[in-house]
Write a new protein. Structure first.
Lengths: 570, 227
């Protein structure tokens, strides 16, 4: 029997990248906020420069909740399951995966909000890929711009603006949409290698620029600048130069006295008042005990898989197929970011990529979104090309052999000894669309540690992704060749299994028949329930989602504050 | 011996040898004069026999594994390999701890290797010539060795993955002993503060050989430097 707790104004389920941001404007507005987080508090001492721990054993993980609920995957409803990874790509802790993520903090480009209307306008409806359920967002970039700005300053993002109010700055990304002002910090520095790649891009007539990161390029607020030690990918920052919500927005929210965090607590159910159909609070398990936390408003802010799972598990007479799912839309319009079909290259000299971080790099956006002419092409969208400095010993030794050596023995050893610091793999994020037959549901057999079904992913890359992927891959090959690579290898398409960039499942849109949440992130079917996270995003763009997730979270929180009486009282 | 003691012992040992390797024989005098290196420790005395147990593998399994890692990353004209890095020691310890879920796969896989070795070459794997051992491993890699579940390539890949981990991991874990792996690939080492110059291609920064856990901030009961 659950212990009933005292009612609060707002419960946020998950104190990660999204929940940790939404808490700040709410707490500043004086609302009493309780943040329930499955993980614990971690400190800088938890983040040693240890590749085995970070990159091969799934640390940092304060509790292994996520690892007991790794989604299963099958490419389509009649295909066999793919092998299930042992380690969940996301982590639990106060701050969530913003503790160990790459921290690339992009705004989406204008086209990403208007994929359908822009494609129809330029090429006609026939160019929307068959079977895709893509919709325009209910608003454009200009609506989200002020919230991007809030987050860039409150979290702390370094970068170089390319477009301030329509004034193009060649030092930044000339393809970005208009922004109100500069980033609060200059971009992270380049390296000799990334400068070499930038020079090659310019020789090709492409525009090379440094990317944005939630990492300090100099001291910011009370945190130092990045020291580029090389253990940032899947590693927390031992000096707090990476601006996870655990060191930025969450402490600020706590300082108001209006945010209480309940850590190491797992929410198992969102409860519904059967008379009104409104949510009444959440049930969670902490230390083996069950608690019911009543609240006027509930914000679900887990990762995409967990947001969908929690809704599907929260069945009640009013919502027999899961909360906010009388429309059958929970789990639909799912996709994960198309990052495969990348390219590896081998150079005839050492690159010294041993230090740095994935966010320390150089980007090319000429082949992203609709930044190039698609008239003679048979796909829509494109990819951002990103080259960065990041290498550690085990990963280096696991290098591609480019067909030049066997996989073990003396010849392998000799090859790796000579070439461990001479290879590079690009990060190529590409437009990914939702389709009718790509979706999430509950796995019929696999259960988590508490006995609840895990998420099952049914998804595969479709023709548009594969054609566009091949086009973008050729551009990346061209870039590496221009920079002097002596061998390149095109990497395969792979499967669409559990991903760090998972979108949809609770999509945002004006139409309740095809979307779970409205333009402010509140459920069409449940007025005092909102969803935060990439699960509300209907398109991916060609860049990392976190800053967009955080801007949307801030916007949902602001909508709640402005309409508190209507939303909370019903 | 606690995990911490082992880590520290290994750390001191490898620091000394790493230093000698870095400065070369001509530099031993310099090492001797370094205040934090005890003269007795730096002298070329034969090391005492290591007192250590197998944590989970049985003796036959350990012999087989020793022989396998020695073929995967051999000791050759390019210097020490997985044997000197103590990759098999790393794997035994990992199978008793974080990788315990794979202990059963090792029991079955190592037994299958010996059975295949006996059937095809007439001897247990550890007693075969290097060429015959390579032939067995090659059959596994090509997924044509019988008697494995689910198949021989899967176990080969597991062995290769863990041998690489044990050769190139932080030495705290018992592998990459004397920084054999990091020296092999020219990793310049952990730097808590990398300058723009340290990221230039030429000249590359000097090698600094230490474990992450030589920094008291990250050691158990550490935190003096926490902030």
């Amino acid at each position: 029997m659950a212990t009933d707790l005292k009612k609060t104004d707002v419960v946020i389920v998950g104190m990660g990248a999204a929940g940790g941001v939404a808490a700040l404007p709410l707490a500043r507005a004086g609302l009493e906020v309780i943040g329930i987080e499955a993980g614990a508090w971690l400190s800088t001492r938890d983040f040693p420069p240890d590749e085995l721990r970070n990159n091969f054993r799934g640390w940092p993980q304060s509790v292994q909740k996520a690892n007991s609920e790794v989604p299963t995957h099958r490419p389509n409803a009649s295909a066999p399951y793919s092998p299930r990874p042992a380690i969940h790509p996301m982590m639990n802790a106060v701050g969530g995966t913003s503790l160990h993520y790459w921290a690339q903090s992009w705004r989406l480009n204008p086209w990403d909000f208007k994929v359908v209307s822009e494609t129809k306008r330029k090429f006609g409806a026939g160019r929307i890929p068959r079977g895709s359920t893509v919709e325009d967002w209910p608003f454009g970039l200009e609506e989200l711009e002020p919230y991007y700005d809030h987050v860039e300053h409150e979290v702390g993002v370094s970068g170089q603006a390319g477009n301030i109010g329509g004034r193009i700055d060649q030092r930044g990304n000339i393809f970005e949409g208009p922004r109100g002002r500069e980033y609060p910090m200059p971009p992270l520095r380049g390296t000799e290698f990334t400068e070499m790649m930038a020079g090659a891009a310019r020789r090709l007539g492409w525009h090379a620029f440094p990317g944005p990161a939630a990492i300090n390029s100099r001291s910011y607020e009370d945190r130092p600048g990045c020291f580029y030690h090389g253990y940032c990918a899947r590693g927390g920052c031992p000096i707090n130069a990476k601006n996870s919500t655990a060191v930025s927005t969450i402490p600020k929210a706590q300082a108001t006295g209006h945010l209480k965090i309940v850590a190491q607590a797992v929410v198992t159910h969102v409860d519904v008042d059967q008379k009104t159909g409104r949510v009444s609070g959440v049930t969670y398990v902490k230390g083996g005990q069950e608690y019911f936390q009543p609240a006027d408003v509930v914000l679900i802010a887990g990762y995409t898989y967990e947001n969908v799972r929690l809704l599907l598990l929260s069945k009640s007479p009013a919502f027999p197929n899961g909360l906010a799912n009388n429309s059958g839309q929970v789990g639909r319009h799912y996709f994960s970011h198309f990052q495969t079909m990348s390219v590896s290259a081998l150079f005839p000299f050492d690159l010294n990529n041993w230090y740095g971080l994935p966010a320390q790099g150089v980007g090319v956006d000429n082949w992203a979104d609709d930044n190039f002419d698609h008239a003679g092409l048979d796909f829509i969208g494109g990819g951002n090309l990103w080259i960065y400095s990041d290498r550690r010993p085990i990963g280096a030794a696991n290098m591609n052999n480019f067909g030049k050596a066997p996989g073990w023995g003396s010849a392998w050893k000799s090859f790796v000894s000579a070439n461990a610091d001479r290879w590079n793999t690009a990060y190529v994020q590409k437009t990914t669309l939702p389709y009718e037959d790509n979706y999430l549901d509950l796995d019929p057999t696999e259960k988590d540690a508490l006995g609840f079904p895990v998420i099952r992913i049914t998804a595969d890359y479709k023709d548009n992704e594969r054609k566009m992927g091949a086009f973008v891959q050729d551009k990346m090959v061209q870039w590496y060749r221009e920079a002097g690579a002596i061998a390149v290898e095109k990497l395969g398409v792979g499967t669409m299994g559990p991903s760090t960039h998972a979108y949809g499942g609770t999509r945002m849109g004006d139409k309740g028949e095809t979307n779970v949440v409205n333009r402010f992130g509140f459920a069409h079917e449940v007025p005092n329930l909102a969803v935060l996270g990439a699960s509300v995003m209907g398109t991916s763009g060609a860049r990392n989602p976190t800053l967009t997730v955080q801007a949307l979270a801030w916007r949902t929180a602001e909508h709640l504050m402005r309409n508190w009486k209507t939303i909370a009282a019903g | 011996m606690s995990e911490k003691d082992k880590g520290h012992h290994g750390g001191a040992d490898v620091s000394r040898r790493g230093l000698i390797k870095q400065v070369g024989l001509a530099g031993v005098g310099a090492a001797l004069s370094t205040p934090n290196i005890a003269p007795a420790a730096a002298a070329e005395v034969p090391p005492a026999t290591r007192r250590e147990a197998l944590e989970t593998l049985n003796a036959t399994e350990a012999d087989t594994l020793d022989a396998i890692v020695a073929r995967l990353i051999p000791t050759d004209e390019n210097g020490p390999g997985a044997t000197e890095a103590r990759a098999a020691f790393y794997i035994d310890h990992a199978l008793a701890g974080p990788l315990r879920a794979l202990r059963g796969a090792y029991a079955a896989g190592l037994a299958a290797i010996d059975e295949y070795a006996l059937a095809s070459k007439g001897s247990s794997f550890a007693k075969l010539t290097g060429a015959n051992q390579d032939a067995i491993l090659s059959d596994m890699e090509k997924n044509i060795a019988p008697g494995f579940s689910p198949n021989s390539a899967a176990f080969f890949n597991l062995l290769r993955t863990h041998t690489i981990e044990g050769t190139f991991c932080d030495p705290y874990y018992g592998g990459n002993a004397n920084f054999v792996g990091w020296n092999l690939i020219g990793y310049p080492g952990i730097r808590m503060g990398v300058t723009a110059n340290d990221q230039r291609m030429n000249p590359k920064p000097e090698s600094i050989l230490k474990s992450a856990y030589d920094d008291p901030m990250f050691a158990r009961n550490g935190g003096d430097h926490g902030h």
